[in-house]
Design a protein around this ligand. Structure first.
Ligand code: AMP
Ligand code: ZN
Length: 468
């Protein structure tokens, strides 16, 4: 069974109790005011790997991923505490709803291109504001929150476990808050905003018991996780920057309302870096899948690259490393195509797995189960790939099995047939690209996606694959 490092205990634990029924998993989702960068996608892929490993064991996983289309106040310099959605709306001359719609679609397409299995639901923060207001009211009623001038704050001193996840004490937090200047309306320097009064220029706002305003970022994930998954959640994922304050505050809010522990296991992915610095929208040092494609790479090469590091380690992205991952992926696909055509036979006819094959399968699974040691799992795959003592059909079957967790579409290489009309669309798209008519090429890409065909423009020409 899969073990993961629980941030609450800092130890490896079974991801879910043995014999668990449907597993409830909440994944902090994207803020949809720009394209997700590949660092964001690395964190979302962590949730996908956990899910695939559990599903390979026959465990049903109910995954919910929120879409942050409102709020998300930060103190980053980029927006000086303004709502990022509104900043983008102003910069792009579109309404906040149009921006959110555009980038939500783009995110779902990116997730599909990386073979992230779709979540059961993608609740939008903007559709959950009444539930957020309800939570804030209950926190006020229970003495965990207070209102000043139309703003509502969570009183951290009312929740003794505050700081348990991030291992911060209230005194440690004092230093950081001092530098930023403390809001004089707060009773305690670490109190955080649940509801904020709307300023005069605020476009997106809601009526509330405290006047017109809008929710803080953290309350959205409490409202959506409780609303979609209930008061007992098995797994909650995010990036390490979410530990504090986002998840610390989510715990305080949710648990203060319901009166008991909500999330059992928190799993956090380390950051993707570029040139040694965290890849971040605010720092401007980020790449997204559009750039990956423009540079002629297959998005699944990104997936292969990310599998080369464990989720708990930082990982420095370079284009050279991506090219290397793409070569390794191409080699694997070629071998799979070759094995699938091998006249040596039909693996099934050999009657089950030989002990040699079973040993590879055990070692692969042990690596995955050991806190998602994907680099080791790839090493086992590489050994199997070059083990010429194994019949090709056996190797095909084993690697296809590994791929249920790796998600590299390795079993799809052989015998794929394009649906009716897709060949014509691909040819038209090639012509459009040759004529540099990018708008037409994009339209044709969308039409192909509608038929379940994904096209990838690589240096060696356009390739296609079927979406599952
Ligand atoms: P955002 O869209 O900014 O809310 O971020 C979405 C997710 O990406 C969050 O869970 C972040 O923790 C995560 N994230 C942000 N930057 C990185 C990075 N450089 N590497 C890995 N994950 C990241
Ligand atoms: Zn969240």
């Amino acid at each position: 069974m899969l073990q993961v490092t629980n941030t609450l205990t800092r130890t490896k634990e079974p991801a879910v109790p043995s014999g668990a029924g449907p597993v409830r998993m909440y994944t902090c989702g994207p803020t949809v005011y720009r394209y997700a960068h590949i660092g964001n996608l690395r964190t979302f892929m962590l949730a996908d790997l956990i899910r695939r490993a559990l599903e390979a064991d026959g465990v049903e996983v109910r995954q919910v991923q929120n879409i942050t289309d409102v709020g998300h106040l930060t103190n980053e310099r980029f927006d000086h505490g303004e709502d990022r959605m509104l900043v983008s709306a102003r910069l792009e001359g579109r309404s906040p709803a149009e921006i959110a719609e555009h980038y939500t679609r783009a995110y779902l397409a990116d997730a599909a291109a990386l073979n992230l299995q779709p979540a059961r639901s993608y609740p939008r923060a903007s559709a959950y504001v009444p539930e957020m207001i309800d939570l804030v009211e209950r926190l006020v009623a229970k003495g965990h929150a207070y209102e000043v001038d139309g703003n509502v704050y969570f009183a951290v001193e009312s929740f003794p476990a505050y700081g348990r996840l991030s291992r911060n004490s209230l005194d440690q937090l004092r230093a950081g808050h001092r530098q930023e200047g403390v809001d004089p309306r707060k009773r305690h320097h670490a109190d955080f905003t649940l509801w904020k009064a709307a300023g005069p220029n605020r476009l997106v706002k809601w009526d509330s018991p405290w006047g017109e305003g809008f929710p803080g970022w953290h309350i959205e994930c409490s409202a959506m996780s409780l609303g979609e998954l209930g008061e007992e959640i098995d797994l909650h994922t995010g990036g390490v920057d979410n530990v504090f304050p986002h998840h610390e505050d989510e715990i305080a809010q949710s648990e203060a309302v319901v009166g008991h522990q909500v999330v059992r296991t928190w799993v956090h992915g380390e950051h993707l870096l570029t040139e040694g610095r965290r890849m971040a929208k605010s720092a401007g040092n980020f790449y997204d899948l559009r750039t990956v494609r423009e540079r002629g790479h297959d998005p699944l090469a990104v997936r292969h690259l990310f599998l080369q590091a464990r989720y708990r380690s930082q990982f420095n992205f370079t284009w050279d490393a991506l090219a290397g991952a793409e070569r390794a992926l191409g080699r694997l696909r070629d071998r799979m195509a070759e094995w699938s055509r091998s006249p040596a036979g039909d693996g099934e006819a050999l009657g089950g797995d030989t002990p040699a094959l079973a040993a590879y399968q055990r070692r692969f699974r042990a690596a995955i189960d050991d806190d998602l040691d994907t680099p080791k799992a790839l090493t086992v795959l590489g050994e199997l790939e070059s083990d010429e003592t194994l019949p090709p059909a056996d190797r095909f079957r084993a690697v296809a099995g590994f791929d249920r967790i790796l998600g590299l579409d390795l079993a799809n290489v052989a015998g794929e047939v394009l649906p009716d009309g897709a060949g014509e669309l691909i040819a038209r798209r090639e012509r459009a690209r040759a004529e540099r008519d990018w708008a037409a090429a994009d339209r044709l890409r969308d039409q192909l996606a509608g038929l379940g065909v994904e096209v990838v423009d690589t240096r060696s020409g356009t390739q296609w694959r079927l979406r599952r």
